[in-house]
Design a protein around this ligand. Structure first.
Ligand SMILES: Cc1cc2nc3c(=O)[nH]c(=O)nc-3n(C[C@H](O)[C@H](O)[C@H](O)COP(=O)(O)O)c2cc1C
Ligand SMILES: O=C(O)C(=O)c1ccccc1
Length: 432
């Protein structure tokens, strides 16, 4: 963002002025509305059967997905007038690093199924705007390739927990050497959730070697299979139907891809459940901040503190794992009632983050008022990437941060520091 206030604070809201002045509306997506971006992504991906339903889809009846939004809308902001809130400051400090806003791009797997740019799209967009990018273990690009695309951009690594310690250590070493500063350990995906749309289509990219590139580029994982690491990336567009046909027909290349894919899934522990005890070796192996993602119960938030984690992401995986799970924003509300969590947060030793259902600037205000120091974004930037690669992701980031900036002003809030943990002052709950 080129516009900064005289005291050096980025002014995201100037993006609104830019759009008006351009006379062309918002580019490249042509809209600033999440639902419209989603509709366009559905249209764009319709020649790749199953692709949209994988990236946009949810578990079971989608009750958790829809519940995230319904619950978010129960919270309402009570605006204050005549507050001189010029030059809103959106900056936050997480684990000792100051970022331009409380927004991060959440980890998303198999991006090569919806954009030719794969994980380079969010890595570059995030780097350009100073937003941290969290790279998924199920990426279609290697750790080194993503680091290169991200350049000097802030980046964290999300771990799907390898079965063998030597593989974990290899991944953590690569992540550290390649400038990933935070480690996000996802706890809610020890196996895939019950996803009817993917089941109907037998849509499982890993079975076709898509989303296995962190593994196939790893020397330790590959040597366990008696193979050499490779930098190969999957072709785009990804035709799940054609690949599945080849596989069923016994095509040797398809069979080889499937073997590798299933080996990576097995290594990443899909179908194997861990306990709190197992977190300790990961804690010991990673010097930087360790963040546990997928926390919904207050007791688990407290366990995270006891185990020595530096933070949590209160998340239900955007409704993709347990259908019928509590809306994530209600989980945040209840977790922040814990004295222990509040005290740990206040001491500066424990960071609470939130995701699942963030769509607008007001949603960020609500999550922060309830006590989240930062939020992760999922579907909105995924659709931006599907539609226009890096530029699409950039536009989605600018939309939500401009909306946040403008909405803070509308509410009479001078910046995000004015919001954090002040739900009592700022929010009410409606019952319609
Ligand atoms: C297509 C897709 C793939 C995802 N892959 C991962 C993943 O590999 N690791 C992970 O921890 N979370 C993954 N997530 C969950 C997101 O990190 C995030 O928790 C969720 O999307 C937030 O909800 P939202 O989409 O409503 O913003 C994925 C989400 C989507 C939509
Ligand atoms: O689809 C997902 O939500 C997800 O987390 C995932 C899991 C395994 C591989 C890729 C993505």
């Amino acid at each position: 963002m080129s516009n900064v206030s005289s005291d050096g604070i980025p002014q995201w809201g100037t993006y609104m002025r830019e759009i008006y002045l351009s006379g062309k509306g918002p580019e490249p997506l042509g809209t600033v509305v999440f639902e419209e971006i989603e509709k366009k992504a559905i249209e764009k991906l319709k020649d790749q059967p199953g692709s949209f339903l994988y990236s946009g889809g949810s578990a079971g009846t989608w009750s958790t997905y829809t519940g995230n939004t319904i619950a978010m809308n129960k919270f309402r902001i009570i605006p204050r007038m005549l507050v001189p809130c010029n030059n809103r400051d959106l900056r936050v400090t997480l684990f000792g690093v100051t970022y331009p806003s409380p927004l991060l791009l959440g980890p998303v797997g198999v991006q090569g199924t919806f954009t030719a740019e794969g994980e380079y799209a969010p890595a570059k967009a995030a780097a350009k705007l100073g937003v941290p990018f969290i790279m998924s273990s199920a990426s279609t690009r290697s750790i080194e390739q993503v680091a290169q695309a991200s350049g000097n951009g802030p980046r964290w690594y999300q771990l799907y927990w390898p079965r063998h310690e030597e593989v974990t250590l290899s991944l953590l070493k690569r992540a550290k050497e390649n400038g990933f500063t935070g480690l996000v350990l996802t706890l809610d995906t020890m196996s895939l959730g019950w996803r009817p749309h993917d089941l109907e289509r037998s849509y499982l990219p890993f079975g076709h070697g898509v989303g296995t590139q962190v593994g196939s580029s790893d020397p330790v994982f590959m040597s366990r299979l008696g193979r050499k690491p490779t930098d190969d990336i999957p072709e785009f567009p990804y035709d799940a139907v054609a690949k599945q046909k080849l596989l069923v027909e016994g095509d040797p290349a398809a069979k080889e891809a499937a073997q590798l894919g299933y080996a990576w899934l097995a290594e990443a522990n899909f179908g194997f459940y861990r306990s709190w005890e197992d977190v300790k070796p990961v804690r010991d192996a990673w010097e930087g901040p360790l963040i546990l993602k997928g926390i919904q119960h207050v007791d688990d938030a407290e366990m995270a503190i006891d185990i020595g984690a530096d933070g949590i992401v209160v998340s239900n995986h955007g409704g993709r794992q347990l259908d019928g799970a509590i809306p994530s924003i209600y989980a945040l509300e209840s977790i922040m009632k814990s004295q222990k969590v509040r005290a740990a947060q206040k001491s500066g030793k424990f960071t609470v983050m939130f995701d699942s259902g963030i769509r607008t600037g007001s949603d960020i205000i609500k999550a922060m008022a309830l006590g989240a120091q930062a939020v992760l974004l999922g579907r909105p930037w995924v659709y931006g990437a599907a539609l226009a690669g890096q530029e699409g992701v950039e536009q989605v980031i600018k939309i939500i941060l401009a909306d946040l900036d403008v909405s803070l002003a509308q509410a009479g809030l001078k910046g995000v520091a004015d919001v954090l943990g002040r739900a009592d002052q700022i929010l009410t709950k409606v019952d319609f």
